[in-house]
Every structure is written in structure tokens, then in C-alpha cells.
Unconditional design. Structure first.
Length: 954
């Protein structure tokens, strides 16, 4: 996690950096072993290592041009597109291949798609990241002007040579346009580098002036009478050119790349250091060895030193200077001797008799590991290609269902008919790695797994919840000491370009790859499960997390229906509201400015009325290096300040929220509707948080606003099937109830037992008045403290949340009153911190652990963060345990009481069922009963439920 608490995605424009590396180093370099030129390889790797060491992102990919300049859809549309470019130097392509080889050795994904350019793939990745991880930061390592159309609140370009970040403000300062205007900007001026025609006589300054005045190209033509002289003549003569140019400069953000975003995680353990050492030696650039080892955390043999050969001149830096502190190298954890070795030939199970014999062996073993191979990751439409099983390391079996040799083995249907009774036998234990997916894939073929007994991905995460990289390949190398072949290398298609599927892989190759997956899963269970037992995690693992994986797989497979027409209607309505707010902003401002420009907004808000461009003269609240901040916190404080009479801060907040909702939800949600069944199949991630909370992605449904008017409007698009309805239930104040249970504080317990509004009851205790005498201000203060207490709220934070009517002194008094009245809570919080200091971890009610090394840091802010973790993880983690137990109870009761009902969503403390309309009352009663009974607390658990045809109705 980066300094501001968000994951960073680094996306490299590969060929741009290859060219820069080629020309950055003037001195010729060649390998003494092979004789091949190596200056590009040296320059690229040297700068890559420096960047990853100094500014390491959590996710990192390199995107390349797979089709060259003249074999894309643009060259078909316009044959002269880039046709004037000289071919690259003769020694260029060979060095590109070496750079790609190095990236493969380092385990860094490379993506290239035939028929489109790298910029289109980058646009597709950026769109998917925005949709699935809307608060994450995307850094596109490129200074390509076309990519400016991707810049937004969380997406920047990074000019790696200058070390310069290009965001919304920098783009506007340099070009005079917003990201949404970049396409029109490039269309008007054309691009001589790419041979894109433009409007004669219009360069960047004129294009910016026209767009600044009229907004869009359409706006220019609607007001063409206001454009004078030759500019007007050129524009009127260039309508056909404009249509063509716009098609050429608009990035395609829906490329079929077949690349799961989880593959982008930057994991140092993926680097094959022995291969890299040999690669560097072969090319005569072993001086990079130490940099590589420092970065990837693998030491050289004692006494050895990397040879010194050549250091590039000052132009050799491609990725700029460090803005973040370099991270300490990770230590290697690979065992001295591999625990997983191929000791026997893989058994290919081709016939029914062979499969029946294998079934007998698996039944006798009582427990086995399995892994499925599929032609897709979409549970609603995938087809099983094969299955591997293992009952011991060295004993792997592969059962093909589809292959290039279908006549040599059973059909999918015949094999599954034999396998089904075994997988539905609860007395036989089954172990998987990512059981959620494997069980969902089987369910898609009518096999509903029973006897799920292990998931090595979950086991690894429970042991190290703060750590990334719980994938099978990473774990195999880290825990078993065995480097496994990557899926992409077996299937082909290069760096995530899945034009082939596993069904196209030669049978013997497929069998070897798949069987090792099952063997690795079995071996990992043998290593990890004893560690779970030693840390008291076995019951949580077997009784909660593993069975929950099966429930989540079924929820993902079923999905939820969304009306595309309703999304489209809402989008048009919101876009109209956005425009209304823009007009209102213009009317409230002293001069016409661009509300998307932070710099201009700061001038309007904080400039003096006597300035050349008069401002409102408001007090600056927070300063950045670039000037006064206009972020949401600043605007909210201005809204709360009674001395600020202007409506502009409120309108800017509304404008930003509406604009974000259009892009983040109403556009993105439609892209996730499956063409197979018209439903969204969101992912529910068990290993996404350290507290145990489930997270959601593809899309992130948890981020849809809950109580706002707009949030309800978005939920209006989610609709139950014909004859069905939604039944939703959620816990009331569940974290506060858990806090009352754990702390045993009499005052808080009494407040819950009274059945009164909890915030009113707490306010009555704190302010010493009767509950009916509590005013809105007192209730708000109690509510803020109630919600903030486990997150380490401070007096400053409370004062800010309560608004300008509350001083910091008053906030301190409120917090002191709270602590005095609820002393048991304070004692519990202190106990959490002290226990974490002595044990090195905290535990939830069900024994889930989270390490707290921050408590022993020398950095005061790091220690304070550790204290917040110590408290928050106990309460929030216990709430996560509770909702998971409730989900299991509901999933078990539904088939008996509401057979046609299905659990389809879990959002925070809410569960959503889709049931026959006639069963709504029975389903609601079931939800209330099972959720209340999931755990026994010292205060009552309250559950409220409702039903309706649309999600917005419940």
C-alpha cells in the first residue's frame, strides 16, 4: 500500500521505453559471449530496476505493440496512418525480444493484442481498474499525448524521463483542456508524428482556445458564425477530416485482452534469479546483478561481488528519480530443498474403467486434492476442459474432458457422470486451491460439492493476512521451493493474450501441467494445515472459511439481474443534472472558469475580490506545493463554515459526485452485464482484507452509496427475475454491539438492552439528560463518537465531522464525557493494544489473527497506526466472523425451507436473497432467525428485513 493508503497500478508503455533505452545510451555495447548488441537491454533493465526499487507499485504490467504500426484497425481505416515512419534500426527488434525475455524471467506480465495499439490496451486496463478498484491510483508510465484522455482523479501519466507526474491540473496547465476534451483537441490539430490529418491552420493554442470557448467540436460547429476569418473557412472545409481524425485519435478501451487483473500483482517471488543471473552473464551485463538482487531480495553467495563493466551516462535514466523512499529487500523464503518434485509419470485417465479404478483409490484415501481446468473464468458460461487429482506428492492424475485429441478420451458428460457421486459424497474430503472457483465451475455443470475440506489459498491467507501473493504458483515457490510453469506459457498467446484455451493444449502437456497443480495443492495442505493447528486457526478454517468458499462460488455463478435500459435512462438523467450543476456553478462564480481545473477553482475560491480575476476571498484551509488545496475535505469544511455564504463549494462537491457516479457506476456497471444471461456476476473476495471482511470486485458493489438518493436510483436497475422478489436483511449497529459484548461496558450494554435508538441513548448518558431531551446536535456527536471510537477518532477529527459549530475544545469535552461514562470501552481498547504489544497479534472472537508489527516501530505515526489496527481488527474482524457464520446458516436453511431461494449478494452487514414472491415472508423470517442466531452476544442482535421487486425497494 502506498503512502496515501491506495494501491498503485504501474502500466508501462513498453515500446516507448524500448526506443528511449535504445537512444539513451550512446556507447555501443555488445555481448562478448554471443556478439549481439545489448545497449537497449542494459538501459531498459537498469532503469526498470531503479524505478521498481524507488517507487514500487503494488501492481505492474508492461504493454507492447503486438501488430506494429501498419497492421491495426487504424491502418485499415486510414492506410496512411503512421505509413511515413522509418523502420526501426536493424538491431532493434532483436533487443526487444531480449527485453521481453527478461520481463518473463522477472515474472512481470507483458500484454500485447493483435490489431490494436498499446495505447488501446492501456486504455482498456485503465477502464477496468477504475471499474473494479475505483479508489486505486493508476500511473501510466508514458508521456504519449494520446493517453491524456485517460487522466482523471486517480489516473496520471508519469513522464519517466523528467520524473514529472501529469494529472488533471498539470494537463490543464500545459494544454489548456480537460481530459474529456483531449480527443477533440488532438482531432483539431492533427498529429504529424502519426500522420493524422487535422484542420489546416489550427495548432495546440488555437485548439485549446476554441474548446475553452465552445466546449466540444460539436459546440464549435453549432456556433460557427462566432468563428471568424480563415479559421472558420478551415473548419467548414474539414468536416470529413474531423470525423476521420477523431476515429484515429480515440483510444479503444474495450479490447479483448483476456488478462485477469489479479495477474498484475507485483510479486518479487516470481523472479527466477538463477535464470536472470545466467541471462545477464550471457549478455555481458552482469553489473546489473547486484541491483536485481537488492530489488528481489535474493543474496549472492558470500564473498562474491558482481563484476563492474559499464555505467550509462546521464541520459540512461528512463524512469526518473525517486519520489518515495526505497523499500527494504524482502528475504527469500524458499526451502533449501524443494518439497515438491516430479517423481512419477502423470497418469492420464482416458477410459471409464480407468476412471472407476481411480474413484476407488480416492474413496480409500478418504481425502484428495483436485483442480479444474476451464476455457474461461466466467462461472456463468465456462466449460470444464479437464480435472486433475492427487492423493500424494508424486501421484498426479489428469482426466481430460476436451482436448485436440477428443477421440482418445471420454466426453465431458461421460466423465462427469462418474465423478459426480464422489464429489457429492460428504464423507470424502476435498482440497482445492481457490475452492470458490473450482466449486462454482463444478456447480455450473450440475455437481454441487460436499465434503469440502481444505483450500490452500485460504490457509496461506489466514496465516499471513497482510501479505499479498497467495496464488498457487507463488506459494509453490515460496513454501515448496518449486517454480511451476505459468498458465500463459502453457496455453500460449503471450502475456495474457488468450486467443487459445486449455482445450487447445496438447494432451500430454496439459496433463503434466494440470497434475502438478493438484500435487502442489496436496503438498501445500500438508505444510500449511499443521501451522493452522499450531496457531489455533483450524476450526475457523474448516468450519467457516472453507465452507463459505463454496457458498461464495455459488453466489458468483448465480449473479444478479440488471436492466441495461434503466442504467441508460439514469445515465442520461444524471448527465443532464451534471450539466445543470455546471450552469449553476457558472452563475455562482465571479468569472467563467473550468470546474474541472483545481487551479482555476482555487483562484475563484481563495483569490481576493480585488484580483485581476476576482475571487471570493475565502480562507485557505490546506496548502499544497502547487497552491491551495480544493479536495473534498476542504470543500466540506467550507460548506460547514457559517461565514461562507457562497453556494459554490456545495455545488462543486455535487458536481464531482455526480460526474463520478456517471463514470464509476452507470457506465461501468453496464460493462459487467454478462451477455450469457443478462446478469452481473460480481466477485466476492475472501482474501482481500486483513480483517477478514469480504470485499467485492468486477464490479465493486459495496461502493454503491447506500442511503443517498443517487445510490437508491442506481439500485433501481437491479431487478429480480419474473415471479421472484428480493428479500434483504441487515444487522443494526453490529460493530457497536460487538464492542458492547467484548468490553462488557454496563452503560453501552444498558443502552442496547433498552431498545432505544442507540445514538440517542448514548447521547443521554454522555450529556446527562433524558433520552427524549436529546437534541439533534447531541445525537450527532454521540453518533460520531460511536462510529469513530474503534477507528481511533481524535478531537480534531470529531470537530471536523461535527462542523463549524463545534470547536476542538468542545470536541475534547464530548470525548472526555464519553470516556467517563463508558469506562469499560476505554479499558477494553487499552487491553487490545497491550495484548497486541505482548503477543505480536490481535484476535477476533473466533480466533482470527492479524499481526501488529507496527506497535514496535520507532516511527510514532506508525505506532499510532498499529494501535488503530489493534482495536479495529478485533471489532471489525469479529463482525466479519459474524456475517460469515450467518451466511453459512442461511445457505444451509434455504434448501429446506425455501428450496427455490438463492443468496445472491453480501454487502457489508446486509444479505440479499432472490426468492419466489410467494415465499418472501418465509425467507424474511429465515433471514432474521439465522442472522440473530449466528452468534450469542451479551447484547441482543437486531436484524431488520424487507422485500421488493427491485434492490432499491428493500
Amino acid at each position: 500500500m502506498n503512502a496515501v493508503g491506495r494501491n498503485v497500478w504501474g502500466i508501462v508503455d513498453g515500446h516507448a521505453h524500448f526506443f528511449r533505452a535504445y537512444y539513451a545510451i550512446r556507447t555501443p555495447l555488445a555481448s562478448k559471449v554471443t556478439g549481439e548488441p545489448t545497449r537497449m537491454v542494459y538501459g531498459f533493465l537498469a532503469s526498470l530496476f531503479k524505478f521498481l526499487r524507488e517507487e514500487p507499485p503494488e501492481n505492474f504490467v508492461v504493454v507492447i505493440d503486438a501488430s506494429g504500426d501498419t497492421e491495426t484497425f487504424r491502418s485499415v481505416l486510414y492506410p496512411d496512418y503512421k505509413a511515413h515512419r522509418d523502420p526501426p534500426p536493424e538491431d532493434f527488434d532483436g533487443q526487444v525480444r531480449r527485453c521481453l525475455e527478461a520481463l518473463e524471467i522477472l515474472g512481470i506480465p507483458v500484454i500485447g493484442v493483435e490489431g490494436v495499439e498499446a495505447d488501446d490496451v492501456i486504455a482498456t486496463l485503465a477502464r477496468r481498474i477504475r471499474a473494479e478498484h475505483p479508489t486505486d491510483r493508476v500511473r501510466i508510465l508514458s508521456r504519449d499525448k494520446d493517453l491524456g484522455q485517460l487522466i482523471d482523479e486517480h489516473t496520471t501519466l508519469y513522464d519517466t524521463q523528467a520524473g514529472r507526474e501529469i494529472g488533471l491540473e498539470e494537463l490543464f496547465d500545459s494544454k489548456g483542456v480537460r481530459p474529456s476534451q483531449i480527443i477533440d483537441f488532438l482531432t483539431l490539430m492533427g498529429d504529424s508524428a502519426d500522420n493524422v490529418p487535422g484542420v489546416p491552420g489550427i495548432g495546440p493554442k488555437t485548439a485549446a482556445l476554441l474548446l475553452g470557448e465552445f466546449g466540444t467540436i460539436e459546440g464549435i460547429y453549432e456556433n460557427i458564425e462566432k468563428v471568424k476569418g480563415k479559421r472558420r473557412e478551415s473548419l467548414e472545409a474539414s468536416k470529413e477530416i474531423i470525423a476521420l481524425a477523431r476515429s484515429l485519435v480515440t483510444l479503444k478501451d474495450d479490447c479483448e485482452i483476456g488478462f485477469p487483473l489479479t495477474r498484475a500483482a507485483f510479486e518479487k517471488s516470481r523472479a527466477d534469479m538463477p535464470r536472470l543471473t545466467e541471462f545477464l552473464r550471457l549478455l555481458g551485463i552482469s553489473s546489473l546483478q547486484k541491483s536485481a538482487e537488492d530489488l528481489f531480495g535474493i543474496a549472492r553467495e558470500s564473498g562474491t561481488e558482481a563484476p563492474k563493466t559499464f555505467e550509462p551516462d546521464a541520459q540512461g535514466s528512463l524512469f526518473g528519480t525517486a519520489a518515495l523512499k526505497a523499500q527494504d529487500p524482502e528475504t527469500a523464503e524458499t526451502p533449501a530443498a524443494p518439497l515438491l518434485k516430479r517423481t512419477a509419470t502423470v497418469s492420464l485417465i482416458r477410459t471409464a474403467s480407468e476412471l472407476q479404478d481411480l474413484m476407488l483409490r480416492l474413496r480409500l484415501a478418504k481425502r484428495f486434492a483436485f483442480d479444474v481446468e476451464t476455457d474461461s473464468l466466467a462461472l456463468e458460461s465456462l466449460r470444464l476442459v479437464g480435472m486433475s487429482v492427487s492423493i500424494a506428492v508424486g501421484e498426479g492424475f489428469y482426466i481430460p474432458f476436451a482436448s485436440p485429441e477428443p477421440e482418445t478420451h471420454m466426453t465431458r458428460e461421460a466423465a462427469l457422470a462418474i465423478l459426480a457421486p464422489l464429489f457429492e459424497d460428504a464423507s470424502i474430503g476435498k482440497i482445492a486451491h481457490n475452492l470458490k472457483f473450482d466449486s462454482g465451475a463444478l456447480a455450473a455443470h450440475g455437481i454441487f460439492i460436499k465434503g469440502a475440506d481444505g483450500d490452500t489459498m485460504l490457509a496461506s491467507w489466514m496465516l499471513e493476512p497482510e501479505r499479498a501473493g497467495h496464488g498457487l504458483k507463488a506459494l509453490s515457490e515460496r513454501v515448496l521451493g518449486t517454480r511451476m510453469e505459468e498458465y500463459e506459457a502453457v496455453v500460449g498467446g503471450g502475456g495474457g493474450l488468450f486467443s487459445r484455451t486449455f482445450a487447445d493444449v496438447p494432451l500430454e502437456t496439459a496433463a503434466g501441467y494440470a497434475a502438478l497443480d493438484a500435487e502442489a495443492t496436496f503438498a501445500l495442505a500438508e505444510v500449511l494445515e499443521p501451522k493452522l493447528a499450531a496457531t489455533g486457526l483450524t476450526n475457523l478454517y474448516r468450519d467457516v472459511e472453507v465452507p463459505l468458499a463454496v457458498v461464495l462460488g455459488e453466489m458468483e455463478r448465480i449473479g444478479i439481474a440488471v436492466e441495461r435500459t434503466e442504467l441508460s435512462r439514469q445515465r442520461k438523467e444524471l448527465e443532464f443534472r451534471v450539466e445543470e450543476v455546471r450552469v449553476s456553478i457558472a452563475a455562482s462564480a465571479p468569472w467563467a472558469f473550468n470546474p474541472d481545473s483545481p487551479k482555476q477553482l482555487a483562484e475563484v475560491l481563495f483569490g481576493l475580490p480585488t484580483d485581476a480575476k476576482p475571487g471570493l476571498g475565502l480562507k485557505v484551509i490546506k496548502r499544497l506545493k502547487s497552491g491551495p488545496s480544493t479536495d473534498s475535505e476542504v470543500l466540506e469544511r467550507l460548506v460547514d463554515d457559517p461565514s461562507v455564504t457562497s453556494e459554490l463549494p456545495q455545488k462543486i462537491l455535487e458536481y464531482r459526485q455526480l460526474s463520478k457516479l456517471v463514470g464509476t457506476y452507470l457506465v461501468a456497471l453496464g460493462e459487467f452485464i454478462s451477455p450469457t444471461d443478462g446478469r452481473i456476476h460480481a466477485r466476492f473476495n475472501q482474501t482481500g482484507t486483513a480483517t477478514g471482511r469480504l470485499s467485492s470486485s468486477e464490479p465493486n458493489l459495496q461502493n454503491i452509496p447506500i442511503r443517498s438518493e443517487i445510490g437508491r436510483a442506481i439500485r433501481q436497475a437491479f431487478v429480480a427475475r419474473e415471479g421472484m422478489c428480493f428479500v434483504a436483511a441487515d444487522y443494526s449497529q453490529v460493530e457497536l454491539r460487538i464492542l458492547a459484548h467484548l468490553s462488557g461496558d454496563p452503560g453501552l450494554m444498558r443502552a442496547f438492552e433498552s431498545g432505544l435508538d442507540i445514538h440517542r441513548a448514548v447521547a443521554a448518558e454522555v450529556f446527562g439528560v433524558a433520552p427524549e431531551a436529546v437534541d439533534d446536535t447531541q445525537r450527532s456527536a454521540a453518533k460520531m463518537v460511536n462510529f469513530g471510537i474503534v477507528y481511533g477518532i481524535t478531537a480534531n477529527g470529531l470537530a471536523r465531522r461535527l462542523g463549524s459549530g463545534c470547536t476542538i475544545t468542545r470536541a475534547k469535552e464530548i470525548m472526555e464525557g464519553y470516556r467517563a461514562r463508558f469506562r469499560g470501552i476505554d479499558a477494553f481498547l487499552e487491553e487490545c493494544v497491550e495484548s497486541a504489544k505482548s503477543k505480536g497479534y490481535v484476535q477476533t472472537m473466533l480466533g482470527r489473527r492479524r499481526p501488529t508489527p507496527q506497535l514496535h516501530s520507532r516511527n510514532p505515526s506508525e505506532r499510532a497506526f498499529g494501535e488503530r489496527i489493534a482495536v479495529n481488527s478485533v471489532v471489525q474482524g469479529s463482525a466479519a466472523d459474524l456475517i460469515k457464520k450467518a451466511m453459512l446458516a442461511v445457505a444451509a436453511a434455504l434448501p429446506k425451507e425455501v428450496p427455490e431461494g438463492r443468496m445472491i449478494l453480501q454487502i457489508h452487514d446486509e444479505l440479499l436473497l432472490e426468492v419466489p414472491e410467494a415465499s418472501a415472508l418465509a425467507a424474511g423470517a429465515l433471514l432474521e432467525r439465522e442472522m440473530r442466531g449466528a452468534m450469542t452476544l451479551r447484547v441482543p442482535l437486531e436484524v431488520a428485513w424487507s422485500h421488493g421487486k427491485r434492490w432499491s425497494d428493500v
